[in-house]
Structures are given as structure tokens and as C-alpha cells.
Design a protein around this ligand. Structure first.
Ligand code: ADP
Ligand code: F6P
Length: 320
């Protein structure tokens, strides 16, 4: 292929800019024309597609978010929308598209592939909810952002002998809560994949208190409940606790990408360009056992993520 395009779609994630930079610079190095699409699939349908240069991606590797902006685009879920998008790409002679996004965006890339337009997916979402790859772009940075918040909250909780409920992102996948909860030494981690009812949460907090813990941290994935409601429910069962609750929200999506996310973004971007350079489409790029790889997009998108119950149990034992 001699003409390719790249876009970012869905929730933004730190590391997306590193991937964009690698796609543009390696693509130009390989003798390709590289186009950038603004605002995801919406930009594709609207024809917001412009050539990129080596200088277009200067000074972005250290920045969170996405220089190409992103958007959600219901129209692209329709065949008509997809056909419009393919028409815009073909009008410019673009032969392949790199999509940086999460599971929804990959559904769009799969749709393009099924309509005969080669697409490569790069996993970009802080949720880490794509089963085929060990890690997605943004997950490591978001975990470190949450850890920074847990450390700050722990300072004041220990000063007041309080319990803090900290709500983190992750609608269907609890990896942010699990990994940041483990790293933050949370006494209780609540995720959508593992039902922990409120009575059990209370029992765990009471057991921690009986072991001499005068303060505690509960990390709650948004897909498993809401921090303020959980705090009220715990107090209804045991008014002896002093509880505060925090919802971290969209600060988890920002921040300068960690080394790991800059590394993954760069490797994923180069790998994606090399596939299109060989005329290979309809693949998704990932990392497995520290090795960057690619697999069929239909097969990869069909994989179901398994919850790491061993890690979950380890985290709760070592936080006692
Ligand atoms: P993420 O990629 O972060 O999961 P979304 O789920 O919002 O984000 O998906 C981003 C975009 O991908 C949607 O706005 C839509 O344009 C496109 N998309 C999502 N699902 C499909 C689908 N089944 N078919 C085609 N396009 C889709
Ligand atoms: O998919 C990533 C994510 O950050 C989720 O964890 C979160 O629930 C959602 O996006 C928020 O979406 P929006 O930015 O559209 O509010």
C-alpha cells in the first residue's frame, strides 16, 4: 500500500498520540502518504481527512488525549454510513485505515473489513477490556493516575481514622479497580465481574478494623456501583464507621502517558503500518507475554475477557 489513513475513536486514552506519531513517521519512512482523520468515524463520513507530515506529529508523544480528536458516531453503525466513509477514503486513493480505539471502534473496523476495506485496529482505551491483548493503550497511565489519587486520599483517611470509597472508571471491566486497588493496597476491591454484596463489604471492613486497621480504602469500579450510594448503605449497616466517598471521573483519561504507554503506542503504530505495507488488512495489534503481535479482527473481537480471580484473591489477602 502507498496511501494509508489513521484515526482515533471512542474514549480517548494516553498513548494514542504516541501511536499516531509512530504511524505517521514510520509510514512516511516506508515511502507512504499518511492521512489523518479528525474526530473518528464522524470525521471519516464528513471527509475531515488531511495529509500528515513528519512535523505534524512533533511534540505530542508526551501528551495525553489525541491530536486527531475523537468522537462517537451512531451513523457509522449503519451500512450507509460505512459506505460513505469508504467513499471518502477511496476518493483520496487511500487503501488502508488504522483505527485506534476500544471495542466499539473495533466493531467499526471489522465492518469496514467486511465491506472489503482493509483496516487495522490498535487497542486504545483505559478500560483494558479487550480480551485478545494483555494491555490496551492508556490502561497503565490511568492506573498510575488512580494510584496518585489513592495515595493522597490515604493521607487524610489515616489522619481521621476514616474509610474512603473511591469510584473509578470501567463500565463492564474491573481491571482499573483491580490493578489500581492492588497497587494502592485497597482493603476492598469491588468489580462488576465478581459480586461482592454490601453485607460482605461491611464484613471485610469490620474484619480489617478488628485486625487493628483504623482506616481503609475501598476501590469501586463504576460498573459495580456508585461511591456515594455505597457509603450510605455501609453506614446504614454500621454507623460506627466514618466514611467519605470520591468519584475520580475523567481525570483518569488524561495525563502525560507513562513510559509503558508510550512504548506500546510506538510499537503498535509501527506494527500496524508494516501490516498495511505488506497489503495485510483486517487485523488487530496487541501485546501478549511482552511480545507485540497481530491477529484476525473477527476472531479477536469475538474473544471474551476472563476475570483474573487469582489476582483478585491475592489483592484481598495481602491487604488484610
Ligand atoms: P470505544 O471504541 O472506546 O469502545 P464506542 O463504543 O463509543 O467507543 O465506539 C466508538 C465508535 O465506534 C462509535 O461511536 C461508532 O461510530 C463506532 N461503532 C461502535 N460500534 C459499532 C458497530 N457495531 N458497527 C460499526 N461501528 C461501530
Ligand atoms: O471507555 C472508556 C471510558 O473512559 C469508560 O471507562 C467510561 O465509563 C466512559 O469511557 C466514559 O465515556 P464518556 O467520555 O463519553 O463520558
Amino acid at each position: 500500500m502507498k496511501k494509508i489513513a489513521v484515526l482515533t475513536s471512542g474514549g480517548d486514552a494516553p498513548g494514542m498520540n504516541a501511536a499516531i506519531r509512530a504511524v505517521v513517521r514510520y509510514g512516511i519512512y516506508a515511502g507512504m502518504d499518511v492521512y489523518g482523520v479528525e474526530r473518528g468515524y464522524m470525521g471519516l463520513i464528513e471527509g475531515n481527512i488531511a495529509p500528515m507530515t513528519m512535523r505534524s506529529v512533533s511534540d505530542i508523544i508526551q501528551r495525553g488525549g489525541t491530536m486527531l480528536k475523537t468522537a462517537r458516531c451512531p451513523e457509522f453503525v449503519t451500512k450507509e454510513g460505512q459506505q460513505k466513509a469508504i467513499g471518502k477514503l477511496k476518493a483520496l486513493g487511500v487503501e488502508g485505515l488504522i483505527v485506534i480505539g476500544g471495542d466499539g471502534s473495533f466493531m467499526g473496523a471489522k465492518a469496514l473489513s467486511e465491506q472489503g476495506f482493509p483496516a487495522i485496529g490498535i487497542p486504545g482505551t483505559i478500560d483494558n477490556d479487550l480480551a485478545y491483548t494483555d494491555f490496551t493503550l492508556g490502561f497503565d497511565t490511568a492506573c498510575n493516575t488512580i494510584l496518585d489519587a489513592i495515595n493522597k486520599i490515604r493521607d487524610t483517611m489515616t489522619s481521621h481514622d476514616r474509610v474512603s470509597i473511591i469510584e473509578v472508571m470501567g463500565r463492564r471491566c474491573g481491571d482499573l479497580a483491580l490493578y489500581a486497588g492492588l497497587g494502592g493496597g485497597a482493603e476492598v476491591i469491588v468489580v462488576p465481574e465478581h459480586n461482592l454484596d454490601i453485607d460482605r463489604i461491611c464484613e471485610r471492613l469490620q474484619a480489617a478494623k478488628s485486625r487493628g486497621k483504623l482506616s481503609g480504602i475501598v476501590v469501586l469500579a463504576e460498573g459495580a456501583g456508585h461511591a456515594h450510594e455505597l457509603a450510605d448503605e455501609i453506614l446504614k449497616r454500621d454507623a460506627s464507621f466514618s466514611i467519605r466517598s470520591s468519584v475520580l471521573g475523567h481525570l483518569q483519561r488524561g495525563g502525560s502517558p507513562s513510559m509503558k504507554d508510550r512504548y506500546l503506542g510506538t510499537c503498535f503504530g509501527v506494527h500496524a503500518v508494516k501490516l498495511l505495507e505488506k497489503g495485510v488488512g483486517n487485523r488487530i495489534v496487541g501485546i501478549k507475554d511482552n511480545k507485540v503481535f497481530d491477529m484476525d479482527i473477527v476472531e479477536g473481537c469475538a474473544m471474551k475477557k476472563e476475570f483474573n480471580i487469582e489476582l483478585y484473591n491475592m489483592a484481598s489477602v495481602v491487604a488484610r
